[in-house]
Design a protein around this ligand. Structure first.
Ligand SMILES: *[C@@H]1O[C@H](CO)[C@@H](O)[C@H](O)[C@H]1NC(C)=O
Ligand SMILES: *[C@@H]1O[C@H](CO)[C@@H](O)[C@H](O)[C@H]1NC(C)=O
Length: 189
């Protein structure tokens, strides 16, 4: 269970995720002409939506984290996330590898030996990004997850509404969605 919790901490940090068994395909199309260089910098994980049973249990206690995205040497992304845990600020680094198409990334979990796929579905770069992934948190337990990345730790209502309709368009329901509270420390703007 500790291992599962650790994995989920990672998922929440990233903002989202899934171990995809098959490459991204079908109706999910990423942001057209996605420009990775404009996606870099600081983001706040302002909203999350997932149908995973773990997330349903824990969503009330998850708080916002700050993620700084930098390019990595392989053309992918280096995510440095800061979050509050047991009343202390912790930092975690995750490396996302490019998988050929702009806005498509994967993350290899050394702990689980699993592969997670992350898609940037929509962004205007200077205000918000909508991300999506699909996968399983364990054998036979598929889940999907949507994330709202916001440049500001206090996203506007308009942005929250956008995230709600995005989540629904990705097959999630109103009760799967949570807007994360800002902790007092760790994520100063
Ligand atoms: C990722 O970024 C962090 C913070 O800047 C840095 O310390 C670390 O070396 C980077 N890792 C890689 C593999 O680029
Ligand atoms: C989440 O949604 C996916 C895709 O619709 C489904 O396959 C999966 O069973 C759902 N997972 C849970 C835990 O409800």
């Amino acid at each position: 269970m500790a291992a599962l919790r650790m994995l989920w901490t990672g998922l929440v940090l990233l903002g989202l995720l899934g171990f995809l068994q098959t490459p991204a395909q079908g109706h999910e199309s990423v942001h057209p002409n996605f420009q990775q260089d404009k996606f870099l910098g600081r983001w706040y994980s302002a909203g999350l939506a997932s149908n995973s049973s773990w997330f349903r249990e824990k969503k009330a206690v998850i708080s916002m984290c700050k993620t700084v995205i930098a390019p990595s040497t392989d053309g992918g992304l280096n995510l440095t996330s800061t979050f509050l845990r047991k009343n202390q600020c912790e930092t975690k680094i995750m490396l996302l590898q490019p998988i050929g198409l702009p806005g498509h990334y994967k993350y290899n979990s050394p702990h689980w030996g699993s592969v997670h796929t992350i898609l940037v579905m929509e962004t205007n770069y200077n205000e918000y990004a909508l991300l999506f992934s699909r996968g399983t948190k364990g054998p036979g337990q598929d889940f999907r997850m949507a994330t709202l990345y916001s440049r500001s730790a206090t996203p506007k209502d308009k942005l929250k509404k956008k995230f709600i309709s995005f989540s629904k368009s990705m097959g999630l329901t109103e009760e799967d969605i949570v807007f994360l509270p800002q902790p007092d420390k760790c994520i100063q703007e």
